[in-house]
Design a protein around this ligand. Sequence first.
Ligand code: NAG
Ligand code: NAG
Length: 497
Amino acid sequence: MISKAALVAAAASLLLAHPGQAQSLYGKNSAVVQISGMDYDRVIAKSNYTSIVEFYAPWCGHCKNLKPAYESAAKSLAGIAKVAAVNCDDEMNKPFCGQMGVQGFPTLKIVRPSKKAGKPIVEDYQGQRAAKAIVEAVKAKIPNTVKKVTDQTLDEWLNEKNETAKAILFSDKGLISATLKALAIDFGGLVSVAQIRNKETAATKMFGIEKVPTLILLPGGTQEPIFHQGEMKKEAMVEFLSQVAPPNPDCPPPKAKKSKSKKDDKATPKSPKASSSKVSSSEKPVKSTTPEVKDDTIPVPAEEPRPTIPVLSERSELEASCLNDNAKTCVIAMLPKDETSEAATTALASLASIHKKHRASHIFPFFGVSAANPLASPLISNLKLGGENEVHLIATNAKRGWWKKYSGQSFDAVQVEAWVDAIRMGEGKKEKLPDSVITTGEAPKPKKEEPVEQQPIQIEIEEIIEETPDESLATEPKTEEPVEDRPVQITPEHSEL
Ligand SMILES: *[C@@H]1O[C@H](CO)[C@@H](O)[C@H](O)[C@H]1NC(C)=O
Ligand SMILES: *[C@@H]1O[C@H](CO)[C@@H](O)[C@H](O)[C@H]1NC(C)=O
């Protein structure tokens, strides 16, 4: 379907465009994202989304003929994949179109993320130039990070990374829809997504499922499951999961120019809207007078009170929080006597801002431990951390008996956050936590019989790595049944859930 506005725009472009002139085929309000060669790397190549990119010239007849189908494909794929177009007639884009090996117009390429971040797999689309065929081809290339579970494997999945949020879709379908795959990509690293069939009666009973599709959010830990009551459409489902954490941006935000800054990068790219296939002008650099802020840093606006983390000076506090044999992961900054030293204040500020940023996703607790804490010296010497006048940043998990040391050059938030992320992903080497630092007898929390805890650490590491979102994202789509055999249902979305 073409809107009246689109017809008017098309008519205008027919009247105005002459060969050689850089007139775009797709207007500002089109569902097709008009990109330049300069945007490609950020908007397409570095996105976790799968994209289709049309390379065209405005004067080319086949390009004009493709336009309605391409617009319609873009509408169907909204929120699921990106549909973009590059005007190769524009002088600015000519070198890029050349680099991409474009020899005729229109050329369509499907671009999807590979194992190497920012180095996508690019393939020519040579199927029919019809909306349905395009939609189907793009959907088939969307990487799958959704886990299929059954009555037998449900418990295992529920217990994996128990404290982080999960979402599970009950469906009568065995196939995982493109919508759910896209939802899992939006929340990669934030919410683990699974699908289970309603013929799995034990699970259906356990959750009291009355109809399919039903989407349930498990916020983590011991919190009660939440049932999605809204529409089974991408946007509504994104909003539903956003109560745990805002979705990932659909691509990295634009780099700020040297003298200028991009607009408020906190709000726009992370809003649920950003997960739609539209990379609208809101993602383009916008002139602003605010100082330059790198996306990965955690801005602490001056008006807000600075976030802080608890500093433990009592033996019992440290034991109760982190060093008893039931204690889960803790991040601990061992502080020097002089807590006002630059290293100490930087480390505490970085930890506080990182904790605040990830609070919604139930990140493990962060503590400072003052030098006055009677356990500080023994811990530093037992773990051979080094000087008592330095800051030592460690992570411990006394329950599982491991610890990790931060060995970065500085305590700035970006480096520390990367280390924290690695811990969350189960990456990096774990050292064995000496039994001597773990309290057992007077453990403050009751100890439960959980067979998993008895397993050697090695197994835990493998389990976690296996489900690292980046790893699974990197693998080929894992759909067991051939996606091609499925009838394409362009609308409504929920029929494929
Ligand atoms: C996480 O584990 C706790 C205790 O082991 C359990 O009560 C809770 O139901 C689990 N949460 C999820 C989401 O599985
Ligand atoms: C891509 O996904 C990963 C997690 O799988 C996430 O950490 C990252 O922010 C995403 N990238 C973008 C640009 O959203």
